[in-house]
Design a protein around this ligand. Structure first.
Ligand code: FAD
Length: 281
């Protein structure tokens, strides 16, 4: 049976698995609100080395129990081949048909990098184990991955994931639409034809965003950084500015042909649903 095909436009919302009973309850409320927007799917992140293995699966199963499409992430860093095979079989055993396959990042203090070095090897393992049972999405980086020595090398790494059998890609977040359009052109030039869905990070809290961005190599443009810094503790102004900037970015991306949007919700419904309504989706 072939993996499910992507619909014409793909709108998805990403969550992380909550760690506490209160977090589980809060995420249920978030999901209830976001489900009204009728996204294509909800995805749930996976901690390096399987640290969230149970929480990721439990959250995806809850999503499916509520009648929605749920896609677990799976990262291969700090994992053995055998443990990855187990997780893949577990997902398949539950009838899950969609995976977001990643390398992941080694948490500081963890010494072992695992048996698979790159996400392309994980995509290959998924295909070896389960053929075309899963629709497989991978990550890509319009502003390039921070560990890539050269942009061309990162593009080649992206192509390796597609050649290994990935069906689609979701980008790291960015605030510069031109970087996305340029990246898509470059990928198409290499013969990559899968949908490349922009990842969107709503802006809620400047210090948290600056921390994330420093770690993952996503640039906060100078004009945005200065404005956000200038608001200091004025959270209402940060949120209002963030909503304007991110809505405008999404509108530009969709008008320029982006095949959907993937929202990094951080388990909050408010910013994503406001942007969604402003876009008139
Ligand atoms: P890879 O594609 O393996 O690339 C990693 C680096 O290796 C890049 O610099 C690449 O250029 C380089 N590279 C790849 N192949 C080669 C090669 N053959 N030779 C030389 N260099 C090579 N992290 C999590 O832990 N859990 C999650 O659930 C999660 N979800 C994510 C979802 C999305 C949509 C995105 C964009 C990221 C997510 N991440 C997640 C973060 C991700 O794991 C990190 O960005 C990680 O640093 C790289 O993962 P990757 O799958 O892109 O790795």
């Amino acid at each position: 049976m072939a993996a499910p095909a992507a619909p014409a436009r793909n709108f998805s919302f990403e969550f992380f698995p909550p760690k506490t009973p209160e977090g589980v309850e809060r995420l249920r409320a978030t999901r209830k609100q976001l489900a009204q927007l009728n996204p294509t799917f909800f995805s749930v992140t996976y901690g390096a080395g399987g640290t969230t293995r149970e929480g990721t699966l439990a959250t995806v199963l809850e999503i499916r129990g509520e009648g929605h499409h749920g896609a677990p992430h799976l990262s291969c860093v700090a994992s053995t081949r055998a443990s990855l095979r187990e997780v893949i079989a577990e997902y398949k055993g539950h009838g899950i048909r969609h995976i977001v396959a990643l390398r992941g990042d080694l948490p500081s203090g963890l010494a072992t990098s695992g048996e698979l070095r790159y996400a392309s090897e994980l995509v290959r393992l998924i295909r070896e184990e389960t053929g075309d049972w899963f629709r497989v999405e991978v990550a890509c980086y319009p502003e390039y991955h921070p560990q890539a020595r050269r942009p061309q090398q990162d593009l080649a790494a992206f192509k390796a994931k597609i050649d290994a059998g990935a069906d689609g890609a979701i980008t790291q977040y960015f605030y510069n639409a031109d970087a996305y359009f340029h990246f898509v052109d470059q990928a198409r030039g290499l013969g990559i034809s899968v949908p490349i869905v922009p990842g969107v990070m709503p802006i809620n809290n400047f210090s948290q965003l600056a921390r994330f961005s420093d770690a993952c190599g996503a640039e906060i443009p100078r004009w945005m950084r200065l404005k956000l810094e200038g608001f200091a503790d004025d959270t209402a102004s940060i949120k209002a500015f963030g909503l304007d900037v991110v809505t405008e970015l999404c509108a530009r991306l969709l008008a320029g042909g982006a095949p959907g949007l993937h929202f990094y919700t951080l388990n909050q419904a408010g910013p994503t649903s406001t942007i969604w309504h402003r876009l008139g989706l």
